[in-house]
Design a protein around this ligand. Structure first.
Ligand SMILES: [Zn+2]
Ligand SMILES: [Zn+2]
Length: 255
């Protein structure tokens, strides 16, 4: 592909199994580089469906360690260890604590998840802004999310363009700050106004932060089964920004 930015939804669902939606995962592509963002179970299969060999990914970025966002990390590393093995490093970017998480997995799985090129980790702070340069020339900016498991909000920038992923979060001024003026905000909406889920957003909370941050467009994701999605989309649309529910396979591209 050319010098543009391409964002593919691999998983728009949650921890609850759904026939049409995998748990959280996205693919970001720029300047020929492919970067995995999160990756719950089934992500490797869905990458293959969009023509990307997971073993050849250029990097991985994790919003946090919950299983619905990181469940395919072990299968990914194992795939890199099965001949023909991956010999170049697989760089990973994640919040503090991911190193201990990774080490723990290595204790359990040993050589099965130790690809020869190594898995260098860039750790991003949980108490302030983080910054890293990703393959493809994409700048990653992070701020701590209002969640657990070392959670971050992620902003991906290439030239004048920016895509922001909320990760999992409760109401968060940091998300308002990071999403300000973004081309696309991909935002979780796990709970309903009547039945909120702790550490997550509701439609009214998303509406309020969107009204403040004014991204160009909002894609909602991570709805738990009890949420009335149609009502949630209408509620968020009160912010005056185009909004819709993300679906697995959706692509956003520019340039
Ligand atoms: Zn979570
Ligand atoms: Zn989640």
């Amino acid at each position: 592909m050319s010098g543009g930015l391409r964002f593919t939804v691999l998983g728009s669902g949650t921890a609850k199994p759904d026939p049409a939606r995998g748990p959280t995962g996205f693919l970001l592509q720029a300047h020929g580089a492919s970067v995995l963002i999160d990756g719950g179970s089934g992500t490797l299969h869905r990458l293959a469906r969009v023509g990307v060999d997971a073993v050849e990914l250029d990097a991985g970025v994790y919003s946090h360690r919950h299983v619905d966002h990181s469940g395919d990390f072990v299968p990914l590393l194992f795939a890199m260890c099965v001949p023909p093995k991956r010999t170049r490093p697989y760089p990973v970017f994640a919040g503090e604590g991911f190193d201990a998480f990774h080490l723990g997995l290595r204790e359990v799985y040993g050589k099965w998840i130790r690809p020869p090129g190594g898995v260098p980790l860039t750790t991003l702070p949980l108490d302030g802004p983080g910054l890293a340069l990703l393959p493809g020339g994409v700048t990653l900016r992070t701020l701590p999310a209002n969640h657990s498991a070392g959670a971050l909000h992620l902003r991906f920038e290439l030239g004048p363009h920016a895509i922001v992923f909320s990760g999992d979060t409760g109401p968060s001024d940091n998300l308002v700050e990071l999403a300000a003026g973004a081309d696309l905000l991909v935002c979780e909406c796990a709970g309903s106004d009547a039945e909120p889920i702790g550490g997550h957003l509701t439609p009214s909370a998303v509406r309020d932060l969107v009204a403040e941050a004014q991204p160009e467009e909002v894609w909602l994701t991570h709805f738990y089964p009890h949420v009335d999605v149609h009502a949630a989309v209408e509620r968020v649309a009160e912010a005056g920004v185009p909004v819709r529910r993300a679906a697995d396979g959706d692509v956003w591209a520019v340039g």
